[in-house]
Design a protein around this ligand. Structure first.
Ligand SMILES: Nc1ncnc2c1ncn2[C@@H]1O[C@H](COP(=O)(O)OP(=O)(O)OP(=O)(O)O)[C@@H](O)[C@H]1O
Length: 232
């Protein structure tokens, strides 16, 4: 079986005359946990949005889970990007039940996920009264409803308390054990060093370096040092 989960060929994206992505060619295989790192404005979100079908590339091609149109394989991709829309006046459970129905998933999965993300005791509390961390946990549960094989997370621990950070890190370790493929865009290099099997450095929209975490640590001692010598 083909183990390629994502393959991009010379992907570029212009916003007007501004080049946000510059000939990005990457390959990500099943079971890899890949960190995407780069300065603000280096193209991380643009790349993710193109892979999710939310933006069209100006040129280049890509496949994601063997498909050239991400819209058709949405149930196989879990997305955590602080962009989920939930009903403000209903509980975590009610929100997940609604989402599960839309996605054709049974209600038993809702109970399972509420427990997994630690929201099983929130009862009737409404989404609008949730803390940021609770909202993030609900977004993660929602992303996992269809048991996706590819999970894409943009700054998954940003704004979380220490307990929330540990929770997300352990969850990513669990994904790794389950053989899922995970892409994490993050500025927290220590975190990526602990979790990722490989790192992609973006600079000015282009891939400045892609390598395994093992190789980067051998050559640079830390992802931060690898980043500094690659980007500056
Ligand atoms: N909708 C848009 N319209 C115009 N320019 C955009 C748009 N979205 C992004 N850009 C530009 O494209 C470039 C890449 O932005 P992008 O958001 O992909 O970077 P990023 O690496 O995700 O940044 P950050 O770390 O700040 O989230 C930036 O110069 C940004 O200003």
């Amino acid at each position: 079986m083909d183990s390629t989960v994502i393959k991009t060929e010379r992907l570029s994206k212009f916003y007007g005359s501004e080049k946000a992505l510059d000939n990005v060619s990457i390959e990500i295989n099943k079971g890899e946990i890949i960190g995407i790192v780069g300065p603000n404005g280096s193209g991380k979100s643009t790349l993710i949005n193109i892979l999710l079908g939310l933006r069209k590339p100006s040129s280049g091609n890509f496949t994601i889970l063997g498909s050239t149109s991400p819209d058709t394989i949405q149930s196989q991709i879990g997305v955590v990007m602080d962009q989920s829309c939930f009903y403000l006046r209903v509980s975590a459970k009610a929100n997940l039940v609604i989402s599960a129905k839309t996605k054709g998933v049974g209600e038993e999965r809702v109970e399972e996920l509420l427990k997994l993300v630690g929201l099983d005791h929130t009862g009737a509390k409404r989404f609008q009264d949730f803390s940021y961390g609770m909202r993030k946990r609900l977004e993660i549960a929602d992303a996992l409803l269809t048991d996706p094989e590819l999970i894409i997370m943009d700054e998954p621990t940003n704004g979380l308390d220490p307990q929330g950070i540990i929770f997300v890190r352990n969850l990513i370790r669990q994904f790794k054990e389950e053989g899922k493929t995970v892409i994490i865009a993050s500025h927290y290099m220590e975190e990526l060093e602990k979790l990722c099997t490989g790192i992609i450095f973006l600079k000015d929209g282009a891939v400045a370096l892609q390598d395994t975490t093992e190789n980067l640590l051998r050559d640079h001692f830390s992802i931060e040092k690898a980043f500094t010598s690659t980007i500056y």
